[in-house]
Ligand binder design. Structure first.
Ligand SMILES: O=C[C@H](O)[C@H](O)COP(=O)(O)O
Ligand SMILES: C=C(OP(=O)(O)O)C(=O)O
Ligand SMILES: [Mn+2]
Length: 496
């Protein structure tokens, strides 16, 4: 049973996402209208429509030089199949609603920017695999359900600090993600090309197809838990920790079988896996926004969950205007620049009816600022009685440039921010509801430190990211153990 609408408040009945309802309209006449321009104006508070964001200021949005070309790309996207379906979106919403009540933990992870050049089934498999390992560690460690969400199948568009990049005195528009322009430093590559949105859609469709197969086709079967270990992690301390935990879980499974529990049921053989990305490139998001024929609600069918970034979360901006009208679970990223008053106004805009599970707050500010600022944000939310999921993004507040010229992050600073996040929630009596990471299953050398001991000197050996540095598989697993230990402490369980 999937309730047709969550607007009435807390859902009461659990459902697995496999009970998908296919009610989202695919009729192009019911898709969001296309338009090729988005002038500044004032939209906030008025009538919402999938295109009402065009009346507000859209920061970080590419300007396309050929309106007819944009129009053609958008009209193609208006006709493509939705990537996700309303029933799946609602099942994620229900799980997040439980997290607001302290029942569960959210694990979000994936590339900073998906790219065309890195696209390969093995890349998706490796990220999915390490997320499965992490989820296992977290579920067993915390004795709580873990909500698994990939920054995958749509995480392309990037907000940038500088509109232009200058190399050897030559200035070109910054790279903004493979669905906007290309990384190569030439005027042709850096031109905003609307057709890239269509290419990114088709890559996302392939990615989602693979993810659905991995989630339900046997790969995620818990009896294969040893097979999820990554080859390059084998032999390390993290790997032996993982195998020890896996052996304990094996034993529990044998016990369950012995007392007659059927471990071939979907609860053991498949996982509910969801997708999310930054809701940045609004012409794309609008085109994928469809009306659910059973409820009349609009869903952005490009992903199950969408978040608004730190750089585009203005109260009167286009991104809040767009997201306030869609039925998907939402998130907003906040740095130390966000005041408690501003946060409450953001919550009132994105989740005016205070529906539990509708909105997550992703905190990203570095350990020191977090210790100073997060208590005030939590206090305001508690005072106003808002239901939110608190998620830590311990990576975006910790970016630095190495002496060797790479944009990187230190494992120690990431760990320090996570510790601070847990400490503050302990002090405030609130629920640390999840973690959001830029990571990959591959053995990249993009972040320094951790047991894998990447250093400034070795960053260059496998630095493959299209934007921000990602944790590699072993660094990500190491963090999962750290989080699991903190969750155990909170519930009074002994160390793993
Ligand atoms: O992913 C986040 C942002 O897009 C990224 O950190 C911006 O990076 P920049 O400061 O290099 O533009
Ligand atoms: C742009 C991002 O983050 P933020 O909005 O927190 O800077 C991101 O998640 O890649
Ligand atoms: Mn990033």
């Amino acid at each position: 049973f999937v309730p047709s609408s969550l607007d009435g408040g807390m859902p009461t009945t659990a459902s697995r996402s496999t009970t998908t309802s296919l009610h989202v309209a695919t009729d192009p006449r019911k898709t969001a209208a296309s338009s090729s321009s988005y002038p500044a104006g004032d939209a906030a508070g008025g009538e919402w429509s999938p295109s009402s964001w065009k009346n507000a200021v859209a920061k970080q949005m590419p300007v396309y030089d050929d309106p007819a070309e944009l129009e053609r790309a958008v009209s193609t996207l208006n006709r493509v199949a939705p990537l996700v379906f309303a029933g799946e979106v609602r099942s994620l919403h229900e799980k997040l609603a439980r997290v607001t009540q302290g029942q569960g933990f959210v694990l979000m992870g994936g590339d900073c920017a998906e790219s065309f050049k890195e696209f390969h089934v093995n890349h998706i498999r490796d990220t999915f695999r390490v997320l499965m390992q992490m989820a296992l560690v977290l579920t067993f460690g915390s004795a709580m359900p873990v909500v698994k969400i990939g920054r995958m199948a749509g995480q392309f568009a990037k907000p940038r600090s500088e509109p232009n990049e200058v190399i050897d005195g030559v200035s070109l528009p910054s790279y903004r993600g493979d669905n906007v322009n290309r990384e190569e430093f030439t005027p042709e590559a850096r031109r905003n090309n609307p057709n890239l949105m269509v290419d990114a859609y088709y890559q996302s469709a392939q990615t989602l197809n693979i993810l659905r197969a991995f989630s339900t086709g046997g790969f995620a079967d818990i009896s294969r838990l040893h097979a999820w270990n990554l080859d390059f992690v084998e032999g390390t301390e993290e790997s032996s920790r993982y195998h020890k935990l896996a052996a304990k879980i094996d034993e529990s499974l044998r016990f369950m079988k012995a007392i007659g529990i059927d471990t071939s049921k979907p609860e053991f053989t498949s996982v509910d896996f969801y997708t999310a990305h930054e809701c940045l490139l609004l012409p794309y998001e609008q085109a994928l926004t469809r009306q659910d024929s059973t409820t009349g609600k609009w869903y952005d069918c490009s992903a199950h969950m969408l978040w608004v970034g730190e750089r585009t979360r203005d109260l009167d901006g286009a991104h809040l205007e767009f997201t306030r009208g869609i039925g998907n679970p939402l998130a907003v990223k906040v740095s130390d620049k966000c005041t408690p008053e501003e946060l409450i106004r953001i919550i009132d805009t994105m989740n005016p009816q205070n529906v539990p599970g509708k909105l997550s707050i992703i905190v990203r500010m570095g350990a020191e600022k977090l210790r100073k600022n997060l208590p005030g944000l939590i206090r305001a939310v508690q005072r106003e009685g808002k239901a939110v999921v608190w998620i830590s993004d311990p990576v975006h507040g910790n970016t630095r440039k190495s002496d060797t010229g790479f944009k990187t992050r230190d494992f120690d600073s990431i760990r320090a921010e996570l510790r601070a996040f847990f400490d503050v929630h302990d002090e405030m009596g609130s629920h640390p509801g999840g973690v959001h990471l830029e990571m990959t299953g591959e053995d990249v050398t993009e972040c320094t430190g951790g047991v894998s001991a990447v250093s400034d000197e070795t960053l260059g050996s496998r630095y493959n990211t299209a934007c921000d540095p990602r944790l590699n598989g072993s660094q990500a697993l190491e963090l999962a153990f750290l989080i699991a230990e903190r969750m155990r402490m909170r519930t009074g369980l002994p160390p793993l």
